[in-house]
Design a protein around this ligand. Sequence first.
Ligand code: NDP
Length: 311
Amino acid sequence: MEHTRVAIIGSGPAGYTAAIYTGRAQLEPTVFAGEQSGGQLMWTTDIENFPGFPKGIAGPQLMMDMRAQAEKFGAKMVDKFVTSVDVTSKPFTISTADSSFTADSIIIATGAESIMTGVPGEKEFLGRGVSTCAVCDAAFYREKTTFVIGGGDSAMEDTLALTKFAKSVTVLHRRDTFKASKIMQERVLSHEKVTVLWNSVLKEVKGEGVVKEAVVETNGEEKTLPADGIFVAIGHKPMTQIFKDKIILDDHGYVITGMESEKFPTMTSVEGIFAAGDNVDHRYKQAITAAGIGCSAALDAERWLESQQES
Ligand code: NDP
């Protein structure tokens, strides 16, 4: 069975940053990148808020560059999904559909996925009018007609981000009250650019190349409304299923870190297993914050491996 000192599971900004750092520490990490490597940024077009790119950069390009940078420092890429992990004995065992590896340490960087409504057209227009991140994309909707789906804090935050640019923001919520915090609700409800359609659901996204219309059902009545941008903000799901009952996760499936040792803030409940990126972060969910935690996890893993050799 092939052995690695550091196994990094995931290939978004957290995973690749961890790979760059552990690679430069000469730990020869193995990155389990999945069958479609690159994470959520592979679904975005221009990224204008990643520092260092004043002209912006395409999401897939940024991820390919991060991958190449990790490979330059000796990271080995395995473009396969991890199907199971055994964390009960050391070294840990990581299995894909057709092979198994042992690892002295693991960095979990599997990310999170946005929950989608699943209506026709939503997937087709993702990155071309349908977005899951207003903080990232609001500026592309200057003077545009936009919609936000959801009634939680994310939907409120997306709505407020859009009001800075868009001509109008219509919030579609399936109930007649929001579940978001009162202060966020008040900001949204008092904003002159915002209209709320209560008891409303998105039925379909229509367009030609880019989004043109939203089919909306309100109290059972269907309407087709002009739309340039549709922001889906109905929650996120961390991709941590393979670690369920193996390391401690919170009620929503996010990995809990920092409880094992003050020396290693990114360590999970299992010594030698670290976590970084959107699977630990339900608050910020930005490429740059994921990359930052990926760096921390790499440094923690390196120091923990050194401490094992000393003891
Ligand atoms: P939430 O789970 O809190 O809210 C999801 C919203 O989407 C709910 O209103 C829900 O409706 C609606 N929804 C769910 N599924 C569907 C569907 N299929 N179709 C239509 N609507 C749907 O998720 P958030 O991402 O908003 O927040 C997650 C956590 O992060 C929360 O704890 C939140 O407080 C926190 N957060 C904090 C922020 C801050 O403090 N600045 C910013 C963003 C998030 P229903 O109400 O009917 O359940």
